[in-house]
Design a protein around this ligand. Structure first.
Ligand SMILES: [Zn+2]
Length: 377
C-alpha cells in the first residue's frame, strides 16, 4: 500500500464517521413523550382514588402526591393514592429512553363529606307535635329535602341548623313515621339518610260525654259542611315562613276539663272520636289571648264550633279557639302573641263555658299544652 492510498482510505473512513454522526444527530429522539391522564379530581377525603396514565412510548413514570411517590416503567399504568383533605398537587413525570421528560400536574380536591344527623324531639305519643333537627358538622349538603311519612316537609332555618315540624297521627295504636333526608353531597352525588319518629300507644279509656239531644241537634249535615268548607279554605300553607319567634302562650288561665286526644262519645252508643284540642273551663267573658303571633284566617260564628277563631302562625302551624261568646279580631288581621282575640263562651256544641283550644301542624291536631313556653315542640 502506498502512502497515498493509505491517506485516501483514512480520509474516507473519517468522512463516513462524519456522515454517520450527522445522520445520528438528525434521527436522534429529542421529542418528549406524549402523556394522557384519566383522573377524577374530586374525591372523598381518606378514600382511594386512581390515576390512569398512557404514553405514546414506553416511559419511566414517577408520580408524586403528598408524601407518596410511585414509579413504574410502562406505556400504560394505573396508580392508586389515598385522597388527602383539601387541595394538593399530584405531579407526573414521564421520562423516555432518550431521557426526554414530560411533566404535568393535576390538583386533587380531598372533599370532606357531611354526615347529617336527624334528631327527633317530641312525637312520642299519637297526636303529638315533633321537631326533626337536621345537623351536619362538616361539609355541605346541597338541596336538602325531608320527607315525613312519604310527604315533603318544609325545612326551616334555625341558628342550630335546619328543622322541620310534624305531628304523629291521632290514633290509639303505636306506630312510626319514616323520615328520609335527601341531598346532593359535595361530590354532586345523591345522598340520603333515613330515620323514624316512633310513638307509643294512646291510653284508650273512652270518655262518655252524654251531651243532651237538644245540644246535639246543632249538628246538621249542612252546618258541618259549612264549617268544614270554611276550615278547609283557611288551611295554612306549610311553606309559609314562621310568623312567630317567641314561645307559645296559654290562651287563658283556667281549669283543664277535657284532655287532648281522649277518645270520647258525645252520646251513649254513639261513635267514638278523638278530642282534638284541650278544653279549659273558665267563666263566660274570660279574655282569650292569641297563643302566638299569627294571621287571622277565620273569625266568625259557626253551628258546631260556635264562635271560632283560627290563627295561621306560618310553617303550617295553626291554632284554633272554639265556643267563644265574643270575637274581637277580624279575618286578615295580623296579631301579636297575647292579643285578646275573643271571650270564653259556650256557643256551638258545648255544655258549659270553656275554651276549646287546638294547635295543628299541617292540619294534624297536636297536644297544645306541649307548645306552651316553647318556640317549637
Ligand atoms: Zn274541646
Amino acid at each position: 500500500m502506498t502512502r497515498q492510498r493509505a491517506r485516501t482510505l483514512a480520509l474516507g473512513a473519517l468522512a463516513l464517521l462524519l456522515v454517520g454522526f450527522v445522520l445520528a444527530q438528525a434521527f436522534r429522539d429529542v421529542t418528549p413523550p406524549n402523556v394522557w391522564t384519566e383522573l377524577e379530581e374530586r374525591h372523598e377525603t381518606g378514600t382511594p382514588f386512581k390515576i390512569f396514565l398512557s404514553a405514546d412510548e414506553p416511559v419511566t413514570y414517577q408520580v408524586t402526591y403528598g408524601e407518596e411517590r410511585r414509579t413504574a416503567v410502562a406505556q400504560d399504568v394505573t396508580f392508586e393514592f389515598m385522597a388527602a383533605a383539601g387541595s394538593s398537587p399530584l405531579d407526573v413525570q414521564a421520562t423516555d429512553g432518550a431521557g426526554n421528560v414530560t411533566m404535568l400536574t393535576r390538583i386533587i380536591q380531598g372533599v370532606t363529606l357531611a354526615e347529617p344527623t336527624l334528631t327527633v324531639q317530641g312525637g312520642s305519643l299519637p297526636g303529638r307535635a315533633f321537631t326533626v333537627l337536621v345537623s351536619h358538622e362538616a361539609g355541605t349538603i346541597a338541596e336538602p329535602t325531608l320527607r315525613i311519612d312519604g310527604r315533603d316537609a318544609p325545612l326551616l332555618t334555625a341558628p342550630d341548623g335546619l328543622y322541620a315540624l310534624g305531628a304523629t297521627p291521632l290514633t290509639t295504636e303505636a306506630g312510626f313515621l319514616p323520615l328520609t333526608l335527601s341531598w346532593r353531597d359535595a361530590l354532586d352525588r345523591d345522598a340520603a339518610r333515613t330515620s323514624a319518629v316512633r310513638y307509643g300507644e294512646l291510653p284508650t279509656a273512652v270518655q262518655e260525654l252524654n251531651i243532651p239531644a237538644s245540644t246535639l241537634s246543632v249538628i246538621t249535615p249542612e252546618g258541618r259542611e259549612r264549617e268544614n268548607a270554611a276550615i278547609e279554605a283557611a288551611r295554612a300553607d306549610p311553606y309559609d315562613p314562621p310568623r312567630w319567634s317567641e314561645p307559645f302562650l296559654l290562651p287563658i288561665e283556667g281549669r283543664g276539663t277535657s284532655g287532648f286526644a281522649i277518645p270520647r262519645r258525645y252520646a251513649p252508643g254513639g261513635p267514638v272520636s278523638f278530642h282534638e284540642g284541650e278544653d279549659i273551663a273558665a267563666p263566660t267573658g274570660t279574655p282569650v289571648a292569641a297563643t302566638n303571633t299569627g294571621l287571622v284566617r277565620i273569625a266568625g260564628m259557626y253551628p258546631i264550633k260556635g264562635g271560632m277563631v283560627i290563627l295561621d302562625h306560618g310553617a303550617g302551624v295553626t291554632s284554633r279557639y272554639y265556643h267563644l261568646s265574643r270575637i274581637l279580631v277580624s279575618e286578615g288581621d295580623e296579631i301579636d302573641a297575647g292579643t285578646i282575640l275573643g271571650e270564653v263562651g259556650s256557643t256551638g256544641l258545648s255544655t258549659g263555658p270553656h275554651l276549646h283550644w287546638e294547635i295543628r301542624v299541617a292540619g294534624r291536631p297536636t297536644n297544645p299544652l306541649d307548645w306552651v313556653g316553647r318556640v317549637r315542640p
